[in-house]
Design a protein around this ligand. Structure first.
Ligand code: SAH
Length: 251
């Protein structure tokens, strides 16, 4: 059996209890070494075989899984954050289906949640934005034109941009082609939940410079939108004049 597990954003105690239990019981662990905090490997039991997928191809990963399955061993495939975002799990799952190897998937705390926590921010503020756009700049992996940064920025919604910290100049330019202005607040969150975590607050007009000044070009998320500004409306849910299924209005 292969267990895909979300490792969380970095801090070893941000993996789920289920993920930690699977990791502790695994005979073989294949972890995404470019981003998963190696401290998590401390949860593995003695004698567990550990592979770093940063140095492996998909075929090599599958070979390890195949070999383990043939010997009845339990494999944990450890992905950073939650495996559903930029995790390349689909191709592994399809190959496992073809091989007749069973698998399951345990979610993790995505870095976009870790980044909000690091910034003590709420992405969905009433009167500001009720949507979060998760995307990336095109790199070696292309992005469909209809999902270009400029096209998505036209909404003026909260945006969380992955895999783009090394392209901040281009990102800034593309974002400014949308509904934002040079004054729209932004933040660069580096290594959310790691000991070296850094939250750099800036505006869209100073985004690229802020990245440069702080020496950040990878392992960071870019947060953009007025949710980082001080103005918003109170929630209806906790408004005394608002009745809900659970509470009568008191005034
Ligand atoms: N599945 C992961 C994302 C993998 S893509 C998740 O759910 O978070 C890798 C990108 O995620 C990095 O380039 C960076 O943009 C972001 N990332 C991963 N961990 C991060 C962290 N701790 N802090 C900030 N960004 C992080």
């Amino acid at each position: 059996m292969v267990h895909f597990v979300g490792a969380g954003p970095g801090a070893p105690d941000l993996i789920t209890q289920r993920g930690a239990k699977l990791l502790g019981g695994a005979d073989v662990v294949i972890y995404a070494g470019s981003l998963v905090n190696p401290a998590l490997l401390g949860l593995c039991r003695e004698g567990c075989s550990v592979y770093n997928s940063a140095q492996m191809t998909l075929e090599q990963v599958l070979d390890v899984m195949k070999d383990a399955a043939s010997r009845g061993l339990d494999v944990v495939r450890l992905h950073t954050g939650d495996p559903c975002l930029y995790g390349a799990i689909r191709e592994q799952m399809d190959a496992l289906d073809a091989l007749g190897i069973a698998y399951d998937d345990t979610p993790g705390v995505s870095s976009f949640c870790g980044a909000a926590a690091a910034a003590c921010a709420e992405y969905t503020l009433p009167g500001v934005s009720q949507s979060v756009i998760i995307t990336r700049m095109a790199g070696r992996t292309p992005v469909p034109e209809r999902e270009s940064i400029a096209a998505l920025a036209a909404h003026g919604a909260t945006m969380v941009i992955f895999l783009s910290a090394g392209m901040l100049e281009g990102l800034q330019r593309e974002l400014l082609r949308g509904a934002y202005t040079e004054e729209t607040p932004a933040a660069i969150v580096y290594k959310a939940s790691w000991p070296e975590e850094k939250v750099v607050r800036c505006t869209l007009g100073t985004l690229a410079r802020a990245g440069q000044e702080n020496g950040i070009s990878k392992t960071a998320l870019i947060l953009v939108g007025d949710f980082l500004a001080p103005c918003y409306e109170r929630s209806k849910l906790y408004d005394p004049s608002f009745s809900t299924e659970f509470r009568e209005a008191t005034r």
